[in-house]
Design a protein around this ligand. Structure first.
Ligand SMILES: NC(=O)c1ccc[n+]([C@@H]2O[C@H](COP(=O)([O-])OP(=O)(O)OC[C@H]3O[C@@H](n4cnc5c(N)ncnc54)[C@H](O)[C@@H]3O)[C@@H](O)[C@H]2O)c1
Length: 275
């Protein structure tokens, strides 16, 4: 093992649910030697995470935060730096097109019907854009001064296949405003990449297809076997992706070896979209 991130501190949003991609990223970063701050609304997931970090032998600081709240995000970054002493890596994984309200997260409600962009209510628009686009902006805004101060940093944002090509209206598990937000997040990624390149900070995005994460498992379980078969049939590789297949890329983007890659969008979708 290279322990590329030994001595560094990472902040990962959306890492509390078992098999959430953010959780696998947090554990992967720890295996590379980083101490990690995990911010999530699902505090019930923290004890298991703390135990897993104990087994790896790295520190974890779990914070209950709604990333939609800019004041809470500022306080989260301040607490992360005060407790861990520094901040080097930021991964914005919190997001989704459904079950992103505090009640949904805590109660684990099943997927709601997909919302189209045309005719979307103000409430759905604000929450979906808020969690998937505003929140990564708030986190980056609060964290970047700490990365700039060390003239080294890594930021990885979770976009989506939906942000690359739009969400199919007949999709059972995506939504229109989600596709808009994830496309906007690619724009934020590229803009920050240009602004931060002189400081040795890379900013990249991953754009997963259909992934069997905590969320993915529930979404797939909520549709009929026929709909699932149709969905799998639309994937050139004939299967959905495992969350590890995304997390490995994110961890790699946080190391030194990919330090000349910035402003990139890594498509991880089994061939569903080949730009
Ligand atoms: N699963 C997929 O198929 C898929 C595909 C493309 C993109 N993505 C994106 O990848 C990222 C991770 O997705 P996942 O499938 O692992 O999701 P997940 O639901 O399994 O995990 C998301 C985590 O974010 C947390 N979270 C959600 N809203 C929050 C908020 N407002 N404040 C704090 N924490 C919050 C949840 O509690 C959860 O722990 C998301 O941004 C998602 O949009 C997922």
């Amino acid at each position: 093992m290279k322990m590329e991130l030994a001595g560094k501190v990472a902040l990962v949003t959306g890492g509390a649910k078992p098999r959430a991609m953010g959780q696998l990223v947090a554990l992967g970063l720890a295996r590379e030697g980083a101490d990690v701050v995990v911010a999530d609304l699902y505090a019930a997931g923290f004890p298991a995470l703390e135990e897993a970090f104990g087994q790896i032998g790295r520190r974890v600081l779990c914070l209950t935060v709604d990333v939609l709240d800019p004041g809470a995000v500022e306080a989260m970054v301040a607490q992360a730096v005060a407790t861990m002493g520094r901040l080097d890596v930021v991964v914005n994984a919190a997001g989704g097109s459904w079950a992103i309200s505090p009640e949904d997260i805590v109660e684990g409600r099943p997927p709601s019907a997909p919302v189209p962009a045309f005719g979307c209510s103000d409430t759905d628009w604000r929450r979906i854009l808020g969690v998937n686009l505003d929140a990564p902006f708030y986190v980056c805004r609060a964290a970047i001064p700490h990365l700039m101060a060390r003239r080294w940093g890594r930021i990885v944002n979770f976009s989506s296949l939906a942000g690359r090509r739009g969400g199919a209206p007949e999709s059972a598990i995506s939504s229109g405003p989600y596709a808009v937000a994830k496309a906007g997040l690619i724009g934020l990624t590229k803009q920050l990449a240009l602004e931060l390149a002189p400081y040795g900070i890379t900013v990249n995005a991953v754009a997963p297809g259909i992934i069997e994460s905590w969320r993915g498992e529930r979404a797939l379980a909520s549709i009929s076997p026929e709909a699932r078969q149709r969905m799998t049939g639309g994937i050139p590789m004939g299967r959905v992706g495992a969350p590890e297949e995304v997390a490995e890329w994110v961890v790699a983007l946080c190391g030194d070896e990919l330090g000349y890659v910035t402003g990139a969008v890594i498509d991880i979708n089994g061939g569903m979209y080949c730009p």
